[in-house]
Design a protein around this ligand. Sequence first.
Ligand SMILES: [Zn+2]
Length: 466
Amino acid sequence: MKLRFLGAAQNVTGSRTLLEVNGVRILIDCGLYQERQFRDRNWEPFTVDPSTIDTVLLTHAHLDHCGLLPKLVREGFRGKIYCTTATAEITRIVLLDAAKIQVEDAEFKQKRHKREKRRGKYPEVPLYTVKDAEECLPLFAPVRYNEPVTLSDGIEVSFYDAGHILGSAMIKVSVQSNGEKRLFLFSGDVGRWDKPILRDPTVFDKADYIQIESTYGDRVHENSEDTKALLSKVINATNKANGNIIIPSFSVERSQEILYCLNELMIEDRIPQLMLFLDSPMAIRVTEVFKDHPEMFDHEMTNYMNNNKSPFNLPNLMVTRTANESKAINHIGGTVIVIAGSGMCTGGRIKHHLVNNITRPESAVLFVGYQANGTLGRSIVDGAKEVRILGQKHRVKANIVRVHGFSGHADRDELYRWLSNIKKQPRKVFVVHGEENSARQFGDFIREKTGWDVCVPKYMDEVTLD
Ligand SMILES: [Zn+2]
């Protein structure tokens, strides 16, 4: 039995872990690297020949977990991709959109580099095309939560609600090796307790080997009342100054949660009834998937829907599907709120809204999600005075605000809460999916609290297990 850490090891994106047991190769997640300093890894050949991988287990539909599947399939993977039904539906939307962006980006770069007579670091072809993305869709094998699936003799997997985004899962792999049973637990991205819309993360009382994420392994989030107070303060001040509120947002989950919160603030009369734009074709499609899966909602959200109310149907909410509708937003006078993707400002319509607002001191840019190192979003929140957007330099004058309360990731104490349900000492805990500092600090925190054997693997590390 062996684990190989092929991504999101001492960094946040590019999740990929290979489990080899009894000659069977199982890949847990096949994510895209989004941090600038690691993006060339997307272009490198896979460490093992994709045709020798038997199965992929996909925790959820975020690009840093599923975004390299089209490349894996194009290069020879032919097995099944197990995930929940909602994950399969959202991943389809996410991958087709990612492929389109890859193609557009490659064309844009080709033109720009030709004009500037220079060559970029990466090949000026798309990482994968829409056709590549389409070819991996038939391999999806949707499963239900809590229903075990037998992969091969002695290997069984089950998916459990992770409470992170719609359809997100923690995965338990149970194996019989040399007559002994071993339980592997892969946390995927761990969600949070008592949040709107989704259920709480599932907890487990035993496992032999645990792989846990650590995105926020070194910090504790503000509470939800503080989040609402901060949000209303920024929105009211920006409205008074006649600026716009721009919210870069992950299309999956964060956009829906922000709508939910803005709806509450308007009902409570804490912010004015401003025009609100959901300017992300993908977020609009994902919102439709939400409406199709009420069985995955928590109690509060189910009540809401049963009373024929939907936080996704605000009276002053406009959804902009076409690029022209999106551009028209810039000509509206007064204050508007725009939610647009991508969440880390690495692509999509948010870039145009930033170009139009980032130099205006009266506007505000609200960051509600994690900003990975090496992304445009991270440079802005880190206080860059000037940033390059769509090939042009822009001075940063807008009010830059970070709101942590919307995070879909458990913080240090919540991660520990999840882990502390394990009653018997596991054989080993692997801390992944966190920047080096965060992963190490969380590793130390677990060791101090429990005395367990904790490992913070590096990229490409291999660990043999018994
Ligand atoms: Zn995620």
